[in-house]
Design a protein around this ligand. Sequence first.
Ligand code: NDP
Length: 385
Amino acid sequence: MAKILCVLYDDPVDGYPATYARDDLPKIERYPDGQTLPTPKGVDFTPGHLLGSVSGELGLRSFLESQGHTLVVTSDKDGPGSVFERELVDADVVISQPFWPAYLTPERIAKARNLKLAVTAGIGSDHVDLKAAIDAGITVAEVTYCNSISVAEHVVMMILGLVRNYIPSYQIVVDGGWNIADAVSRSYDLEGMQVGTVAAGRIGLAVLRRLAPFDVKLHYTDRHRLPREVEEELGLTFHASTQEMVPHLDVVTINAPLHPETEGLFGDKLLSTMKRGAYLINTARGKIADRDAIVRALESGQLAGYAGDVWYPQPAPADHPWRSMPHHGMTPHISGSSLSAQARYAAGTREILESWFGGTPIRDEYLIVDGGKLAGTGAHSYSTK
Ligand code: NDP
């Protein structure tokens, strides 16, 4: 029987919710590319309830315990004395979410002698050292597409929030003021702007589709080009590289995975090639942007705004400069963990575990590493050097 170690974020400070703002979730059968939503044999949770925090347990306890497995759930994940580090030594399966990542470093993987499967309850497995996982024969899987649309919606919200100066205007209301000049002196229309995405995968393409009705000019760069029909339908301009694309843009949104090709991509050099007053939205991974270079660009006015929900490390320390830099619209890492998304990634995690324990293949699109190499979605979108 297996030991499953699940790392989840803390419950709300006022306790696990007894009631919710809404009674149900819309029914969605398929994702935009036709892929089906997770199809586990059953679920033991109510869609729309909080599943991603410790008491929610991703709705997995009765399923796992009924099969004789042991489930350990904790939010205590960092440092040598943490519950995660202690329990990892004999865990067979680790489950963690990008919002509250259990970093599986080479050192931790070396200590985890029984570890065979690392599941990301979400998308983005960069908290796992993929090279070390490959060397140790660990399978890495994530719930591809589960929250791509959730993130795309957050990106659109953040673009509009920055360009229209929403957050400072809201603050004026909260503070009892009515100073219109202060609010509008940094407020513009998005219409007509040049907007581009670094990567046009599931999230990037969904962002482009959602922005098209705003009458903006759309651009993208990616390692693989989109079908010609899609380029024509959305009026997309393709650029061969990020470096070539960003000088043309008023708004840049980053939607690529973090891997050696993208780490530190938005540093002083690339930022200096952007238009003065451009906006940068990064909901992909914090490390794709150079922390201090972003602060400098906002302070000098090179960037008019920066928003996103991804940081390094996570949780971000209280003195992280992105909390206090000017003209930012940061949130904690929430975009992919709406209650809607949680229902999908909890079901997807269960589907992966049903396949794993049932000895049937995990869906190819959920695989990142398998059989000692990048596999499935991992082989398409990631690199290890
Ligand atoms: P996809 O795998 O669908 O898309 C990723 C795209 O990035 C692919 O089209 C890939 O290209 C492209 N890409 C990879 N490397 C580069 C590069 N160096 N330059 C340009 N393009 C590149 O993933 P999603 O769209 O679903 O998710 C993207 C990322 O967003 C995730 O990896 C994760 O880090 C982040 N994310 C954040 C969330 C949040 O809550 N904030 C939630 C979910 C995801 P190709 O495949 O053509 O090689």
